[in-house]
Design a protein around this ligand. Structure first.
Ligand code: C2E
Ligand code: CA
Ligand code: CA
Length: 867
C-alpha cells in the first residue's frame, strides 16, 4: 500500500515561464487520500500535487526552509518555457510499508539536462537519499531510459518529501510521475519499438537515396540524405533516444545537439528545396528568399554552439520560417505546373502539422499527451516518405520530359528532312507543271553522254503561251501550258523512244522555262527516223480553253541537236538545240535539226545585232510605202510605212528580223525614233506633192510602255505641220495586252492628240472583246492569213465576216491586208470593208516610186471618173 499525501505549505513563487499542459490518463486522488496500488497501472501522475519555485541556484537547505512555494493544483505538466534557470519542485508521499517492487520517479520529458532528487524523511533535513540523472545514467542500473527515471530506495516508508531540481537548455517542462519498474520497462520497450520503426524508415530512405545520389549525382538526393541525417539528430534529441542510447551519460550534449540539429534541418530543408524545385519560371524573389534563409541557417549553426539557449529559440523560429517558406515555394511551383511539387508540398504540410502540434505543446498552447508527444515523429516520418516519393516522381517526370524533348527533337529533324526533300523536289521541278526542270534533264543528259549513247536533245517552244499570259492572265496560260505538256508527256510515253527522266511519276519531258519543253530521244531505237518522230510527238498541240471551250492550235518552234554529232557536252548540245529552235522560229519550219547553216544563222544574228545601231546612224535603213485603197481599190487613201534594210554586207534583211533583233537587244527605241522621224519627213514630201493621204506607222510594244516616246512623236508631227488625223499608229493586238496599265496611257495620249490607232494583225491574238470596247482604237486590221484564202477557205471567210461585223458594232473602220486578187476585193466590198491593202494594188515601194505610182494612180482615177 502506498499513500500519497499533499504537502500543505503556502504558495510557491513562480519565477517565470510559459506553460505546457499535459493531461494525465488517470486522475489522481484528492488531498490526503490513501491510494491502493494493488492492481493499479503502476503509474501515478503527481502534476497536481507539486509545489515549485524557480530558484535553482540556491542550495537545498535554503530552499527547503524558505517560503513561499508556488502550489499547483491542476493536472497539467509544469511548463516554465524557455529558461536557463533551474526549478525546485517538491511533493510529499505517505508510504505505509516497505515497497514490494522498485519504483521510479519519472520525468517523461527527455530534454532536461540536469535532474536531482532528494528525499527528506517527514519533510525534514538532512536528506536521507540523493540521486541525479547523471548518476543513474552512469551507474546504468536500469534499462536504457528515454525519459529521466530516478530510482526510489526500496526501503522507503512513512511520510516522505521528494524534492527535485531540474534544468533545461530548451523549454523547461517538468512532468512528475511515479512509475513501477514493470511500467517503466513496458514503456521503454514500446518507445523502443516506435523509435526503432521511425529511425528504421529514416535509415532506409537515407541509404536508398544515398545510392541514388552516388549514381545520379543529382544534388537534390544529396541534400535529402543530409536532411534525413539532421532530422534524425533532432529526433534523437527530442525523443531522448540519443541520450538513452548514443550519448548516454552526457546529458549536456543534448543542449548543443538540439539547436544545432534544428538549424541543420532548416539548412538542408532549404538546400533540398532549392535543388528539387528547379523550374524555369521560378521567380528571382523565391530564389533569393531560399538563398538568404540557407545563409541564416548556416550562421545559426555556428551561433548555437556559442549560445545554445538562445540558439534553440532562434532555431525554433527559423524552423517555423523555413516550413512556411518551402511550402510557399512548393505552392508557387505547383501553380507553374511542376507536377512533383504536389508531393513536396504534401510532405512539408505533414511535417508542418506534426511540428506545429509538437511545438504548440512545447510552448504550452496545446496539452502534452501521446499525440503531441509523437506528432513530430509521425509528421517527419510521413514527410521523409513523401519526399522520397516526390524524388521518385521527379525521376519519372524528368524521364517524361526527356522523352518529350527527344520526341520534339525527332519531330524537328523529320521536319527538316521533309523540308530538305521538299526543297530538293522544288530544286528539281518546275513549279507550274511539277515536271522535271533543266537540272534533272542535265543530269540525265550527262548520264547518257557518259554512256556514249546516241541521243537527240529536243527543245520545243510555244511562243503563244507567254502572249496568252500577258493578254488573258497567267492562270489561263498556266492551265493551257499544263495541258500541252501533259499531252506531250503522254505522247512520248505512248510512242516510246524518249528517255524517262523521273520514274516516280513517269516524266519524259523537262521544263526549261514557262512556255518551253525539252526531252531526250534515244536514236538507236528510231533507226534514222528522227524528224518524223519529233514531228509526230509535237504535232499534238491542240489545247482547249476552259473558259471558251474552243480548241486552239498552238504554234511551236522546235530545235534538235544530236549527240555526239552536234556536240559532246550538255552545254554545246543545249546551245545548238536552241539555235535550231530559233531558226525554226525564223524560218517558220516547225522542226529544225541543227546543222552548220543554223550555226551560221546564229552567227549572222549576232553580227546583225552589232551592225544595226551603226546602220541606223548611217541611214542605211529605208522606209517603203504600201498603198491602202478604198472604193474597190480605185481610190488611194493611205499608205503603210514599212521598214527596209538593204545592207551592203548582209544584203536585204527582212523587217521582222530587224524588229526581233531590236526588240531583244534594247534597240527598239532608237529604231522607232528613226522610223517616226523619217515618216514625218516622208509625209511632208507627200504633202508637197499634193498627196493628202494617211500614213500608218508600225509601233512596237516597247514604244508604248516608254512614257516619253509618244509625247516626243506627237511633238514631231506638230513640228512638221502634219494634220494629226492623217497619222495612224499601228499596234499589234498582242502587244496591246502587254502591260495594259502603261500601254493605255500612251494610247489615250495618241487618241487625245487626234491621231488614230489601228489594231494590227487582228484575229491572231487573244484580245477579249471587253478590252477591245474600252480601248481608244479607230480601226481593225484583219490579218493577212485570213484574207489571202478567204475566197477558198470557208473558215477564213467566217472569221473575216465576223470581224467586219464586230468592227461595225464597235463603230471602227476596217482594213484588210494581203489582198492579192480581184475576187477578194469583190468579196470584201460586199462585206463592207473600208480599206484594202495588198500586192494586188502594189508591193511596198520606196517613197519616190510610191509618189510616182500614186500620181499615176490619181491620174487614172480622175480619168476613170471623167469617163
Ligand atoms: P505588218 O505590220 O503586218 O505589215 C504588213 C506586211 O504584209 C508587210 O510585210 C507587207 O509587205 C506584207 N504584205 C502586204 N500586202 C501583202 C500581200 O498582198 N501579200 C503578202 N504576201 N504580203 C503582203 P513586211 O514589210 O515584210 O513587214 C513585216 C512586218 O514587220 C510588219 O507586219 C510589221 O509588223 C513589221 N514592221 C515593218 N516595218 C516596221 C516598222 O517600221 N516598225 C515596226 N515596229 N514594225 C515594222
Ligand atoms: Ca502593220
Ligand atoms: Ca499586219
Amino acid at each position: 500500500m502506498m499513500h500519497l499525501g499533499r504537502w500543505t505549505t503556502g504558495p510557491v513563487t513562480m519565477w517565470k515561464g510559459v506553460m505546457v499542459a499535459m493531461w494525465l490518463a488517470c486522475a489522481l486522488p484528492a488531498l490526503a487520500e490513501t491510494l491502493s496500488i494493488d492492481g493499479d497501472s503502476g503509474q501515478f501522475r503527481l502534476n497536481d500535487r507539486i509545489e515549485y519555485r524557480l530558484d535553482g541556484t540556491r542550495p537545498l537547505e535554503q530552499v527547503v526552509q524558505q517560503e513561499p512555494w508556488q502550489a499547483k493544483s491542476d493536472d497539467r505538466v509544469l511548463n516554465l518555457g524557455f529558461t536557463d534557470q533551474s526549478v525546485w519542485i517538491r511533493t510529499s508521499l505517505t508510504i505505509p510499508g516497505p515497497l514490494r517492487q522498485q519504483w521510479f520517479l519519472v520525468i517523461p520529458y527527455p530534454l532536461l539536462e540536469e535532474v536531482d532528487l532528494f528525499i527528506l524523511p517527514n519533510g525534514q533535513l538532512p536528506a536521507s537519499y540523493h540521486t541525479s540523472r547523471e548518476k543513474t545514467e552512469n551507474q546504468r542500473k536500469q534499462a536504457h531510459s528515454y525519459e529521466v527515471a530516478l530510482p526510489l530506495p526500496r526501503d522507503l516508508s512513512g511520510q516522505v518529501t521528494l524534492v527535485l531540481r531540474a534544468s533545461s537548455a530548451t523549454s523547461l517542462q517538468v512532468p512528475v510521475e511515479l512509475w513501477s519498474e514493470d511500467r517503466l520497462l513496458n514503456h521503454f520497450s514500446r518507445e523502443s519499438l516506435y523509435w526503432g520503426i521511425y529511425f528504421g524508415i529514416l535509415a532506409a530512405m537515407a541509404t536508398y537515396n544515398l545510392f541514388l545520389f552516388l549514381s545520379i549525382r543529382d544534388s537534390a538526393y544529396g541534400y535529402y540524405v543530409l536532411y534525413i541525417g539532421s532530422i534524425s539528430l533532432l529526433m534523437l534529441c527530442i525523443s531522448g533516444a540519443g541520450s538513452a542510447w548514443i550519448w548516454s551519460g552526457e546529458p549536456l550534449l543534448t543542449r548543443y545537439a538540439l539547436p544545432t540539429s534544428t538549424a541543420l534541418v532548416s539548412l538542408f530543408a532549404v538546400m533540398f528545396a532549392r535543388s528539387f524545385l528547379k523550374w524555369e519560371e521560378i521567380s528571382y524573389r523565391w530564389e533569393r528568399s531560399l538563398g538568404i534563409t540557407a545563409g541564416l541557417a548556416g550562421i545559426l549553426i555556428v551561433y548555437t554552439w556559442l549560445d545554445p539557449t538562445n540558439g534553440a529559440l532562434f532555431a525554433g523560429l527559423l524552423g517555423t520560417l523555413v516550413i512556411v517558406l518551402v511550402i510557399s515555394v512548393g505552392l508557387a511551383a505547383l501553380r507553374d505546373g511542376v507536377a512533383s511539387a504536389r508531393y513536396f508540398v504534401l510532405a512539408w504540410a505533414a511535417f508542418a502539422v506534426g511540428a506545429a502540434l509538437y511545438l504548440l505543446s512545447v510552448f504550452n498552447l496545446l496539452p502534452v499527451n501521446a499525440l503531441t508527444n509523437h506528432a513530430m515523429q509521425a509528421g517527419s516520418a510521413a514527410e521523409v516518405l513523401l519526399l522520397s516519393f516526390a524524388l521518385a516522381h521527379r525521376i519519372k517526370d524528368e524521364r517524361a520530359r526527356k522523352l518529350a524533348a527527344l520526341q520534339r527533337h525527332q519531330l524537328a529533324e523529320n521536319q527538316i528532312r521533309d523540308l530538305e526533300i521538299q526543297s530538293l523536289e522544288q530544286a528539281m521541278h518546275d513549279p507550274v507543271t511539277n515536271l522535271p526542270n533543266t537540272s534533272m534533264l542535265n543530269q540525265q543528259l550527262q548520264t547518257v553522254i557518259s554512256r556514249e549513247q546516241t541521243v537527240a536533245l529536243v527543245l520545243v517552244h510555244y511562243p503563244q503561251v507567254k502572249d496568252i499570259a500577258s493578254s488573258m492572265g497567267r492562270h489561263l496560260a498556266e492551265e493551257m501550258f499544263c495541258q500541252l505538256t501533259k499531252k506531250l508527256n503522254h505522247t512520248l510515253a505512248m510512242l516510246g523512244g524518249a528517255i524517262c527522266l523521273e520514274t516516280r511519276q513517269p516524266a519524259y519531258i523537262a521544263i526549261p522555262e514557262f512556255g518551253s519543253a525539252a526531252f531526250i530521244v534515244e536514236l538507236e531505237h528510231l533507226k534514222g527516223r528522227l524528224r518524223p518522230y519529233v514531228e509526230q510527238v509535237v504535232g499534238h498541240h491542240e489545247v482547249s480553253f476552259h473558259t471558251v471551250r474552243l480548241p486552239v492550235l498552238m504554234n511551236l518552234h522546235c530545235g534538235v541537236a544530236i549527240f555526239p554529232e552536234h556536240g559532246d557536252s550538255t552545254e554545246i548540245l543545249y546551245q545548238h538545240a536552241s539555235a535550231a529552235r530559233d531558226s525554226s522560229a525564223a524560218s517558220k519550219v516547225p522542226v529544225q535539226v541543227y546543222s552548220e547553216d543554223i550555226s551560221g544563222f546564229a552567227r549572222r544574228r549576232l553580227e546583225l545585232l552589232t551592225a544595226l545601231p551603226s546602220a541606223i546612224e548611217a541611214g542605211e535603213l529605208e522606209l517603203y510605202l504600201q498603198p491602202q485603197m478604198t472604193d474597190m481599190g480605185r481610190e488611194l487613201v493611205g499608205a503603210e510605212v514599212l521598214l527596209r534594210w538593204h545592207s551592203p554586207r548582209f544584203g536585204p534583211v527582212p523587217p521582222w528580223e530587224i524588229i526581233e533583233i531590236a526588240e531583244n537587244s534594247g534597240l527598239m527605241d532608237l529604231l522607232s525614233r528613226y522610223v517616226v522621224a523619217q515618216s514625218w519627213r516622208t509625209m511632208q514630201a507627200l504633202r508637197e506633192r499634193h498627196l493628202d493621204i494617211t500614213c500608218s506607222i508600225n509601233l512596237s510594244v516597247q514604244n508604248l510602255t516608254d512614257r516619253h516616246f509618244i509625247p516626243d512623236a506627237l511633238e514631231g508631227i506638230r513640228e512638221h505641220g502634219i494634220p494629226m488625223d492623217r497619222v495612224i499608229f499601228e499596234v499589234t493586238e498582242t502587244s496591246m495586252m502587254h502591260n495594259m496599265e502603261s500601254v493605255i496611257g500612251s494610247l489615250l495620249l495618241i487618241a487625245d492628240s487626234g491621231c488614230r490607232i489601228a489594231l494590227d494583225d487582228f484575229g491572231t491574238g487573244y484580245s477579249s472583246l471587253a478590252y477591245l470596247s474600252r480601248l481608244p482604237i479607230h480601226e481593225l486590221k484583219i490579218d493577212r492569213c485570213f484574207i489571202s484564202q478567204m475566197c477558198s477557205n470557208r473558215n477564213d471567210l467566217e472569221i473575216v465576216k465576223n470581224t467586219l461585223k464586230l468592227a461595225r458594232t464597235l463603230n471602227l473602220e476596217s482594213v484588210a491586208e494581203g489582198v492579192e486578187d480581184q475576187s477578194t476585193v469583190a468579196k470584201l466590198d460586199e462585206l463592207g470593208c473600208h480599206r484594202l491593202q495588198g500586192y494586188l494594188f502594189a508591193k511596198p515601194m520606196p517613197v519616190d516610186e510610191f509618189c510616182r505610182w500614186a500620181l499615176r494612180q490619181t491620174a487614172d482615177e480622175s480619168a476613170g471618173k471623167g469617163r
